[in-house]
Design a protein around this ligand. Sequence first.
Ligand SMILES: *C/C=C(C)/C=C/C=C(C)/C=C/C1=C(C)CCCC1(C)C
Length: 244
Amino acid sequence: MGNLMTSLPLVAKMATDDYVGFTFFVGCMAMMAASAFFFLSMNNFDRKWKTSILVSGLITFIAAVHYWYMRDYWATIGESPTFFRYVDWVLTVPLMCVEFYLILKVAGAKRSLMWRLIFLSVVMLVTGYFGEAVYRDQAWFWGLISGIAYFIIVYEIWFGSAKKLAVEAGGAVLSAHKTLCWFVLVGWAIYPIGYMAGTPGWYEGIFTGLNMDVIYNIGDAINKIGFGLVVYNLAVIATSKVEA
Ligand SMILES: *C/C=C(C)/C=C/C=C(C)/C=C/C1=C(C)CCCC1(C)C
């Protein structure tokens, strides 16, 4: 036992062209730093915004823990950590739906809006997992179902009842809502590209040269940290208005 301990290196070596390993590593650090930032700054705000910043921190913290495992999984096994990836998403994406609800609460958003968005996001992710991990031969089919759920979310926040509430709230809430809508339309669209780069289907060849995990890792950094910063910015603006 003692021999084994001394002969096995404790840290796996990382090749200079291992972009997957590199983005897992940097992603892990970025998520940890963002979590510290959100948690340590949340007490600067009053109760209403504190909860929103707390949720931003929870999103990056849950991701940091999953990135820790995914980085390790990749370093030791050398395969896509699909399971950890989807567990991370199925916890953090519904929390992003909660953020929409929390922001729009000032305009009287109802819980039903939050649950509708959460339900759609879970459908989007579970069907995505089926295509990526369980029924890979029909990846295009499951990706399509997932994409439909994604578009319903996009519709709901851009044009549906969420949009109406944001307009009613106006001011900083409306502009934060708009920015978050862009994150969902453009930032979240990064994921289907990763999916098509990493699963078999008619679309094979379109995204050759792109690595699924690198794309997902870039998407996560933009969406989780960026999304949280938009909410943080809203809290700063709203709080300084009250004080002025
Ligand atoms: C923090 C993690 C986030 C914001 C993850 C978002 C993931 C998606 C928007 C995934 C969407 C997918 C499709 C629209 C179709 C193909 C399958 C998915 C699950 C990759």
